[in-house]
Design a protein around this ligand. Sequence first.
Ligand code: OAD
Length: 252
Amino acid sequence: MNTSKIATAARWIHKAEHILVFCGSGLSAESGVPTFRGENGLYNDSKLLEYAHADALTDSPDEALTWFQEVIGTLDELRPNAGHFALARICQNHPCTIVTQNVDRLLENAIDQSPGDTHVDPLRVWHLHGSLYHAKCLDCAAPIKKTPAALAQARCPECGGRVRPDVVLFGEELPEDAYRQAQGAAHVADLLLLLGTSGIVNPAALLPGLARSHGAKLIEINPNPTELTPLAHLTLRGPTGELLPAIEKLLR
Ligand code: OAD
């Protein structure tokens, strides 16, 4: 572990007045959630390619919703890792806006389980690609706060339509409120933490460049170089489950 880079990261976080935390699937990798790309990535899963598409929900809703329910069941078994817990503590003690591309709720679970004051009230995780734990009506798009357990059988209380997870599928737009929050944070942030993302999916991946053009310093934490590495002022090579706890320890 590069102790001087860890110390620099801790110093920058300590001094920052507004931190934008930008997360990708690498943050959840050590909990057992596969990343999207790479040898064992989710994009090798033929069911994901078939069902994580807007058309699948209209063409074969029973099959697609049953698959989503299985995915949620698998995620339910997983626990936040040391990176989630360290990030939760950092964000409870420093002014952060948290923006994630992840559709799990492992970071929220870590926040719920971590005691401490919050700078943001409530400490909210903005999901740029939606969350499997929120739902909406397939017909009238009415939001449904909690994804029902029996997804394929559930009906919208407003119009009786079918209920789907509120995630961004292939061919869909990002949720406006989350993207607006993220853009606003990119304008004011003086520090951006880039955690476990390849940074190749737009428009989410445009946010680090936006933050940098408004004067933010960028710290990337990732075992591998990414498309966003050239933008980073400080690069820490390694898993977030090891490096975030090391940084958080210095901040205590
Ligand atoms: P990717 O699979 O593209 O990238 C995962 C990143 O995590 C890679 O850069 C890995 O090096 C890194 N990584 C792996 N293990 C790690 C660890 N233990 N600690 C830290 N980093 C680690 O996944 P994302 O960048 O999240 O979009 O992908 C972005 C979007 O692409 C996803 O949100 C998804 C997909 O299309 C939608 O679902 C709309």
